[in-house]
Design a protein around this ligand. Structure first.
Ligand SMILES: *Cc1c(COP(=O)(O)O)cnc(C)c1O
Length: 452
């Protein structure tokens, strides 16, 4: 890769003072940083005007492109009125309007919006709120959480505890609360000839047994509906969520749906839970909520949960949780503009065509000798590479095959960032069909580069 002096000088200044997320900084002794100066639609531009198609929506947050004119306009307008005010004791139009809109869009019964400022914080809120709900209802024993293997819910200690991605969790185990982990319905692991639905039903047996045994000490089950994104984009059938909803009701356990990554159209419906026809007791939203513009998250819950906290102050049942930037007006106005685009542009319908195009563009990869599976849920396609398909032998993680795919794609002008040996495409919804075809070609080359 050619690195110009302008790109190199920004990168050098960066490396003197910035510590990057999820990065072994020593890698940057040989791996150039990509200095981005500007974005437009699906494209990101570096200091030299070289462009990269953002094939992963900047870590799954961007929905309608970079520098989207409508979101920009909403933000400019809000900026002239009010940049921020605390949300305790005060309120403002953007947070009220956003809450009204979310309540109208979410499965019926989710009516109370509690804001935070990033996904992990929303998970912390959901965890604390569900424990506290049972405490307020006189059931202090219900303080444990059930989670799925290979799940991801964020990086702060509570969120890390209810997640299960080894790479992020292992080191910090001594600091984390103990949770009950149940095998994931992950359909990549199904027997040959078994459908996604059958496999998901079968895998529910472990969850059913766990709830039957532990319900008395469990506050909530937390799941990522349909796709375990950070866990290598592993997917499962909606039937699992339906069974889980029934079991949680039967055993008096709350259900937390972490739709931080899969919400806002990623799986083909506005919310993934819709595909199972269920309503969780708490839903966590962030990432796409602001169209990928600003940090904002929200936990939306039901009247019964809200009511358990609602009493005279002296009873000390209030949920005394806050963040400085809770419900920030700028972030809320970006979110409102994002929801306005969903309403006016029939995004979910257009995405159906884009998802079909993604499928066609990546279909041939299923025959690749080192591809074990090409799987898709809505606007997410994942390509599972292996050393040898016949025996199912995996690549040694130390070989860092994904990094080769990343570098190949960058050279072609696409930003793809594989999760280990899994290459995936999760583009912004403003992508054009022809750009999807091109991404498919890049993905093919990236797989070849990774497996070479
Ligand atoms: C990204 C993510 C989080 C954490 O959100 P942050 O804003 O990165 O803290 C939590 N849950 C899921 C499912 C996610 O994908």
């Amino acid at each position: 890769m050619n690195v110009s002096s302008r790109n190199a000088s920004l990168a050098a200044r960066d490396l003197a003072v910035v510590w990057h997320p999820c990065t072994q900084m020593k890698d940057h002794e040989h791996l150039p940083l990509i200095p981005i100066v500007r974005g437009a639609g699906v494209w990101l531009y570096d200091c030299d005007g070289r462009r990269y198609l953002d094939g992963i929506s900047s870590w799954w947050v961007n929905l309608f492109g970079h520098a989207n004119p409508r979101i920009n306009a909403a933000l400019r307008g809000q900026l002239e009125r009010l940049e921020h005010v605390l949300l305790a004791g005060c309120t403002h139009e953007p947070v009220v309007a956003l809450s009204e809109r979310l309540v109208a869009l979410l499965p019926p019964g989710l009516t109370r919006c509690f804001y935070a400022d990033n996904g992990s914080a929303a998970v912390e809120v959901a965890v604390k709120m569900s424990y506290h709900y049972w405490l307020n209802r006189g059931q202090p024993r219900k303080r444990r959480f059930v989670t799925l293997s290979n799940s991801y819910h964020g990086e702060t200690l509570g969120a890390l505890a209810v997640g299960d991605v080894e790479l992020y969790k292992d080191v910090y185990r001594p600091l984390l609360m103990d949770v009950i982990t149940v095998p994931s319905p992950d359909c990549h692991l199904r027997e040959p000839g078994c459908s996604w639905e059958e496999h998901s039903v079968r895998m529910f047996a472990a969850m059913a047994a766990t709830l039957a045994r532990h319900a008395g000490e469990v506050a909530a089950v937390i799941v990522e509906p349909l796709v375990q994104c950070a866990g290598s984009m592993r997917m499962y059938h909606p039937v699992y969520l339906r069974l889980l909803r029934e079991a949680c009701d039967r055993h008096d356990v709350l259900l937390i749906a972490d739709e931080i990554a899969v919400g806002f159209g990623r799986t083909g419906t506005l919310f993934a839970c819709e595909q199972a026809g269920i309503r969780p007791d708490l839903i966590c939203l962030s990432k796409g909520l602001t169209g990928g513009y600003l940090p904002l998250s929200v936990v939306v819950t039901t009247e019964p949960v809200y009511a358990a906290f609602y009493d005279d102050y002296e009873k000390l049942t209030a949920f005394l949780h806050s963040h400085s930037y809770t419900g920030n007006p700028l972030a809320c106005s970006a979110a409102l503009a994002t929801l306005e685009i969903f309403a006016s542009d029939d995004v979910i319908t257009r995405n159906r065509a884009l998802a079909a195009r993604l499928q066609t563009a990546t279909a041939a990869l299923a025959d690749h000798p080192q591809v074990a599976e090409v799987r898709q849920t809505g606007m997410i396609v994942a390509i599972e590479t292996v050393r040898d398909r016949a025996s199912g032998t995996r690549f040694d993680w130390r070989e860092r095959r994904g990094l080769r795919a990343y570098q190949y794609a960058l050279d072609q002008g696409a930003l793809l960032r594989p999760l280990g040996n899994v290459l995936y495409l999760m583009p912004p919804y403003v992508i054009e069909p022809e750009q999807i075809d091109w991404l498919g070609t890049v993905a093919r080359g990236a797989v070849d580069a990774a497996c070479a």
